[in-house]
Design a protein around this ligand. Structure first.
Ligand code: RB5
Length: 149
């Protein structure tokens, strides 16, 4: 499984930590930046990770900024991306099981209920349940089509 990862400066240290965790777990990781704690703009990295996922170069994305909010909003502008901001294992589970999220977003400056490693692991090991949830995902896709520029 190949995972695209990206962050702004606020998420840089946590990105490095998660990258090491994923490598150690045997995942292939594509780092889309940023590459230091110098101030930069989260939309650039939300977009870069999202494109790797919608273009099928990566199976999932992991994005991080201070709160996880700005970078998830940015990634969610790309049609086909369902980026879920998760603060707990429980949210990570349902993000995949019910929402078929293809990108997980974390906040590096906020309080998490579980460790970032536990949250990511839960996301990657959970499965989309389909059924009634598929119908709802199709409605999200219909909204994308309806407002596509
Ligand atoms: C950067 O200071 C901060 O605004 C950013 O990382 C993020 O929290 C935005 O949503």
């Amino acid at each position: 499984m190949k995972i695209a990862i990206g962050s702004d400066h606020a998420g840089f240290k946590l990105k490095e930590r998660i990258k090491a965790f994923l490598n150690q777990k045997g995942f292939e990781v594509l780092d889309k930046g940023c590459f230091s704690e110098d101030s930069c703009d989260y939309p650039d990295f939300g977009e870069a990770v999202a494109l790797e996922v919608v273009n099928n170069n990566c199976d999932f994305g992991c994005i991080i900024c201070g709160t996880g909010i700005g970078i998830s909003i940015s990634a969610n502008k790309i049609p086909g991306i369902r980026a879920a901001l998760c603060t707990s294992k429980e949210m990570a589970h349902y993000a995949k099981a019910h929402n078929d999220a293809n990108v997980i977003a974390l906040g590096a400056r906020i309080t998490l209920q579980d460790s970032p490693e536990e949250i990511i692991e839960e996301f990657l090991s959970s499965k989309f349940e389909g059924g009634r949830h598929e119908r709802r995902i199709n409605k999200i896709k219909n909204i994308e089509e309806k407002y596509r520029c």
